[in-house]
Every structure is written in C-alpha cells, then in structure tokens.
Design a protein around this ligand. Structure first.
Ligand SMILES: NC(=O)c1ccc[n+]([C@@H]2O[C@H](COP(=O)([O-])OP(=O)(O)OC[C@H]3O[C@@H](n4cnc5c(N)ncnc54)[C@H](OP(=O)(O)O)[C@@H]3O)[C@@H](O)[C@H]2O)c1
Length: 350
C-alpha cells in the first residue's frame, strides 16, 4: 500500500465498469490528479474476465464484479448501466464502501444526493453510502446556470442539446467510426447502437420515448436540473439530439430571469466561476466547439446574447467534454470532496 499522495491518506478504490468509455476516463483522470489510491480494483462483466488494464505503468487484472469484489474497498466509482448498479450498490455499501454512481439508477431517489461539485456539494454531508452524479448534459448545464441564477433568479429554462456519441458509450463511438468509413466507401452499414445511421446525420432521439412525446434523456435533464438547483418548480424544457461528434456535448440554452440582466453582467458572473471559461467574441469568431472542449476540464460558454423575443431572456451556447465534467471528472471531484471533508463512511486505508 502506498503512503500519502497530495498530503492525503490513500483510500482503496474500485472502478466498476473499468473497460467502458467512462471507466477509461476515470482511470485517466485519477492518474492526472494523482488521486491518493491505496489498492485499486478494476471491475467489469464476465466478458472482460481475461482483460488487463495499465494504470500508472502497472498492469491490473480486470475482475468480475460480484458481492465479494467490494471487500476492503472505500470508494466505488461506478460507470455501469442502471440495472447493474441497482443490484451491486447495496452489496458495496454493505461491504462498507461509498458508491459514487454515474448511472440514472439513484439520481431521483430523494435520500440520495445528486451532486455537481461547484454547484451543490454541501448536500454531501448527508449521504448514506450512495451518491449520484448527473446525466452528462445536466452536469455542464447546471455549472453554467448557477452563477446566473445567483445573479438574477431564473424563471424558465429552454435547452436544445447536441450530444456526442461517446455519451452512449464505447460501442457507439465504434459505430460512428465504422459508419463513417462505410459511408465514405459507398458500403452499407446498418445502425445498431442508434435508430438511424449516425454518420453525416443527426438523430432527435436519445433514450426511450415517454408517453408525453419527450424522451427519457429530456426528462432526465429537466428533473435533474431542478433537483440539483433546489428549484423543484422551475419550468425547464428540452430537446435532446445525438450528433456525429465523438466527444463533447453542446447546448443552446435560453434562460428567462425574474429581472433584466445585461450581457456584460452575465459574462462577469460566468467569469467568476472557477469551472467556466467564457469564450465569447463573435467579431473574432471566438465561441466554443466540441473539438475545443474535448479532453479539457472547463465548461465553455459563448454566444451570450439578449433574447430578442422576451424581456428578461438570455441565450448561451454551452460546451463541455461529456466524459469528463459530464461523467468521470464530476465523480472524482465528489470523491475528492469526501476525502477532504472526511465524509467516507469507512475508515481510510492505513
Ligand atoms: N458516456 C457518457 O458520457 C456518460 C455520461 C454520464 C453518465 N454515463 C453513464 O455511465 C455509465 C457507463 O457509461 P459508458 O458510456 O462508460 O458505457 P460503456 O462504454 O458501454 O461501458 C459499460 C461498462 O459497464 C460494464 N458492465 C456491463 N455489464 C456489467 C455487469 N453485469 N457487471 C459489471 N460490469 C458491467 C462493461 O464491462 P464489459 O466491458 O465487461 O462489458 C463496461 O465496462 C452508464 O450508466 C451511463 O449512462 C455515461
């Protein structure tokens, strides 16, 4: 077991879903941030039982996730689907671990904190072993909304998303590569991960359709935004669209406020957040795109302008790396907060 790193005592970490898109990003960011790891366990399904993954120069076996896999683990960073973690989380908590979950399984459970550090980390004080991290499109949105709400009180939010294929996991990224190649060579390619061809196309359909015509993805963004912002009645509406981009979600956001807000006031408020970079100089073609955001930590905001159809409305263009702020980085920031504030249920590894 290693000694202290970054002045913090090491903790035993399990990455559940280590072979997936978010799992791989978790490992990358843990190394980048020199997270103080004692023992590291990499867990996935039986499909990966013979796999190994390199972390900081050392080869680790991928183990099959089951009840016994969580013994001695302090933190489980979970990047598996909702059905899988619903079964495994109680076993991990029973074994004494804190579970930080990336799936939708527990996000709307009232007793489970749904957290974006920098927006509502205070509620971590009351966690009961399971902590939820929001949907990727929600995470970047609330980071941009928070300083503006503090400034002028939001009364309505309208969002259209342009979501990259990595938001649907690594098989979806493979499908965009394969379909692009097939398209360029005049070959047929049947969609598997999506309902329509994704190369050179866009699809206004993410997750299942509800009876009211909205998709589950749109419902998640709406409900999770209200829960994180502590505004259960806030009118929020969304259209979520999948686009042929590998990494980086973009959002067109219209916010209406209780009082007028100028573009300059908005720029200044957004600029005070450590998590935001304002890229907003249309005269010089300065605005963020997914290619700018991929692999980076900030939430980028540009195209800030008064809405010309409502008195107190403001438009924003919000772009971020969905695998980082939308998933892995957010989970690791939660883990860092737990460590810093001694909020791990189980004693840290000696
Ligand atoms: N991608 C994003 O931007 C994003 C953002 C926010 C939240 N999320 C959420 O994060 C989770 C992971 O997403 P992803 O994009 O990383 O998906 P992914 O690339 O498809 O990876 C899924 C991971 O889950 C593992 N897994 C599947 N069934 C399992 C089982 N029965 N037991 C143990 N492990 C199992 C897979 O292992 P094998 O390789 O062995 O199959 C793989 O490691 C999902 O809940 C997703 O909704 C993703």
């Amino acid at each position: 077991m290693s000694s202290t790193t970054n002045g913090k005592r090491p903790v035993n970490v399990a990455i559940l879903g280590a072979t997936g898109a978010v799992g791989q990003e978790l490992l990358k960011i843990l190394a980048e941030r020199n997270f103080p790891i004692g023992q590291l366990k990499l867990l996935a399904s039986a499909r990966s039982k013979d796999a190994t993954i390199k972390f900081k120069g050392k080869e680790y076996p991928v183990e099959v996730a089951n009840k016994d896999a969580f013994k001695g683990v302090d933190i489980v960073l979970s990047a598996v689907g909702a059905d899988v973690i619903k079964e495994l989380a109680p076993m991990a908590v029973e074994a004494g671990a804190v579970v930080i979950d990336k799936s939708s399984a527990f996000r709307m459970v009232p007793s489970v904190p749904l957290v974006v550090p920098g927006v509502n980390e205070d509620i971590l004080q009351n966690h009961q072993g399971i902590i939820a991290s929001p949907n990727c499109s929600t995470s970047q949105l609330v980071v941009a909304l928070k300083p503006l709400h503090d400034l002028a009180t939001m009364t309505r939010v309208i969002v259209s998303t342009y979501q990259s294929v990595s938001g649907a996991g690594s098989p979806a990224m493979d499908e965009l590569s394969e379909h692009t190649h097939a398209h360029m060579h005049g070959q047929p390619a049947a969609p598997k991960q999506f309902t329509k061809p994704i190369a050179f196309n866009l699809i206004p359909h993410i997750d299942k359709f509800n009876k009211d015509g909205y998709t589950k993805e749109e419902e998640k963004l709406t409900e999770e935004t209200r829960k994180i912002m502590g505004l259960p009645e806030l009118p929020v509406t969304c259209t979520a669209v999948r686009v042929p981009v590998f990494i980086g979600h973009s959002e067109s956001v219209l916010i209406e406020f209780a009082k007028p807000i100028t573009v300059e006031q908005a720029r200044k408020a957004l600029g005070t957040s450590e998590m935001i970079e304002v890229w907003d100089n249309p005269d010089e073609n300065v605005y963020p795109t997914p290619v700018d955001a991929a692999g980076k930590d900030p939430v980028y905001v540009g195209r800030i302008r008064k809405d010309n159809s409502s008195p107190n409305g403001l438009h924003l263009w919000v772009v971020a790396d969905n695998l980082r702020i939308g998933a892995a980085l957010n989970a690791i920031r939660i883990a860092e907060y737990l460590l810093e504030h001694k909020l791990l249920k189980q004693a840290v590894a000696s």
